[in-house]
Design a protein. Structure first.
Length: 559
């Protein structure tokens, strides 16, 4: 067992007490069911707090400037709770994309080794409890455990909200509760995913004395306004999680100027840098296989890095359930982080790295539904259903690669709903540049329980039509779709004529809001009519554009 960081278990006024058996407290392995009812007034309390996921993040809020979030109020809240984040070592992960997958891979690696792991991530799909997991199973924290924690901490939280004139946010309070739970459960390590940027994110209260390693997965254009308006300012914000003398693992690949910003920060803090794109790192996908009809990618991952922190592992035929080259790179980043921890004195075996990588699966990340799940949605099983929360240009490119891999020739329908503050044209262009969809249906979905950030379906249709024309793709506007019926227009003549290589025009239309399973049924019918095939040619239906779209599908499965 690795040597623990020295800590002082200080509790505010005796209000919070460490459990006499911290590793066996109730944490549920599954979300859903009737557990949410056990949360009592917790959800209502949280709903009264300012929620930037619902309303959108203010300009400059994630920058390390006068416009940035005030980390002081987060520190003051944690002080009232006994500074729980100082009671265990943490791995802090930031990045535009990939940080959630990297956190999941790393958490499972450490669990396989037998460590008591706490993991904090965002956003959630079906229940806020998904954001916190504790123990060796990796499931959402139980409603009872979260309710009891809130009951204990509520007085201190109330005092903080009053003293901060109501400025504490939903994310800040929930982050503090996660840190408190990790302390009470006496975790060996916490894997903490930053919410926005890094430097001014509420999670960035972790000091170098508690930081085991920092990880920066990628740097992309998401949240440009909130993070300073450029890729360079985003890189500066994310590099703010690097702490004095603590190693930083960088995922990438990064452009030269972006990587230099991160390395400059590491140089100033005298932090060793481990790159998952080092010349001594090699990873390839050998083939795509299927296990009970679900695809996986068989990969080789070899790390042989020399220098001040030598890292080495050689893994062949690793079966990753998360598909795509981007997920293979996330697995490499997590492996490098695990090897970094091993070099720091943690017990991490090659076998645990392999097992942790292979066991990792995340809802909404290139998730293929089973035939039983498709049946619940009212589909006959002829179509493959893929749900993916892609919502940036880079993630659209990754999704396009997955579609091309699993459906290289068959018909494809894409159902898209997005938040209003995303790069809609770039997203559309990436998906259209790969396996060209036969059908595109645009819809709307709630964002974090509200509609303020939802992009109108009609606006998305205009953007996708423009993107298609820009790529020379002929498309036909089939108008609005009501219920699960195909549109009341004649599209049968649009199917490709026998013996011709010319593709049929791409069909594009709007679904009724909010998104429902009816739109998936309509997409299935349209696919068959558009390609002139029967039930045996169901093709692939992909629901994407937002994690909230993914949540809508999963909620349909729960009903």
């Amino acid at each position: 067992m690795v040597a623990r960081f020295p800590v002082s278990l200080r509790w505010f006024g005796g209000l919070l007490r460490a459990s006499s058996s911290p590793r066996r407290r109730g944490v549920s392995a599954m979300a859903g069911g009737g557990e949410e009812a056990q949360l009592g007034g917790f959800l209502e309390y949280m709903d009264m707090l300012r929620n930037y996921e619902r309303s959108g993040v203010p300009r400059g809020a994630g920058t390390d400037s006068d416009d940035g979030f005030d980390l002081g109020r987060m520190r003051r809240l944690l002080r009232r709770l006994g500074d729980p984040h100082t009671h265990y070592p943490s791995v802090h992960i930031a990045g535009t994309k990939g940080k959630g997958s990297t956190a999941a891979f790393l958490s499972n690696i450490m669990r396989e080794q037998g460590y008591n792991v706490g993991c904090y991530s965002s956003p959630h799909l079906l229940t806020i409890r998904e954001r916190i997991s504790v123990g060796q199973h990796g499931g959402p924290v139980s409603a009872a455990s979260l309710r009891d924690l809130f009951d204990l901490a509520k007085e201190a939280i109330d005092e903080s909200i009053e003293s901060e004139n109501g400025s504490l946010t939903h994310f800040e309070v929930f982050t503090a509760l996660s840190f408190l739970l990790f302390s009470r459960e006496n975790v060996d390590v916490a894997i903490v995913e930053a919410g926005l940027g890094g430097a001014r994110d509420a999670t960035n209260v972790i000091r170098n004395s508690e930081l085991a390693a920092a990880v920066i997965s990628t740097v992309g254009k998401e949240h440009l306004a909130a993070l300073g308006g450029s890729l360079q300012s985003i890189a500066v914000a994310k590099s703010g999680i690097i702490k004095e003398g603590r190693p930083v693992v960088i995922g990438g690949p990064f452009s030269t100027d972006i990587e230099q910003i991160i390395r400059d920060r590491a140089f100033l803090t005298q932090s060793p840098v481990i790159s998952a794109c080092d010349t001594g790192v090699r990873s390839i996908t050998r083939c795509i296989g299927r296990d009970y009809a679900k695809p996986y990618q068989s990969c080789d991952i070899v790390v042989k890095i020399s220098g001040n922190m030598p890292l080495s592992v050689e893994l062949h035929d690793v079966k990753l359930q998360l598909l795509g080259g981007h997920q293979r790179q996330n697995a490499v980043t997590a492996s490098c982080t695990a090897l970094c921890l091993r070099e720091l004195g943690w017990n991490v075996s090659d076998a645990s790295i392999r097992a942790g990588l292979e066991k990792t699966q995340l809802p909404g990340r290139s998730q293929f539904l089973t035939q039983d799940e498709a049946s619940v949605l009212g589909l006959d099983g002829a179509s493959t259903i893929l749900i993916d929360g892609a919502h940036t240009e880079a993630s659209a490119k990754a999704l396009s690669d997955v579609i091309k891999t699993v459906e290289p020739e068959g018909p494809v329908a894409v159902i898209v709903g997005m938040a209003s503050d995303k790069e809609h044209l770039a997203f559309a262009a990436q998906l259209l540049s790969g396996r060209r969809p036969d059908v595109v249906l645009l819809t709307e979905t709630g964002i974090a329980g509200g509609t303020a950030r939802s992009m109108p379906a009609s606006s998305l249709r205009d953007i996708w039509t423009g993107a298609a024309l820009g790529q020379g793709i002929e498309c036909v506007d089939i108008g609005a779709i009501a219920g699960n019926k195909a549109p009341n227009v004649n599209i049968d003549h649009l199917a490709p004529a026998a013996g011709t290589d010319k593709p049929a025009p791409m069909l594009i239309g709007c679904g009724a809001a909010p998104f429902s399973r009816d739109l998936m049924k309509a997409a299935s019918r349209l696919l068959r009519r558009a390609v002139g095939g029967g039930a045996a040619r169901g093709g692939l239906i992909c629901v994407t554009g937002s994690m909230h779209m993914v949540a809508s599908v999963l909620q349909q499965l729960e009903q």
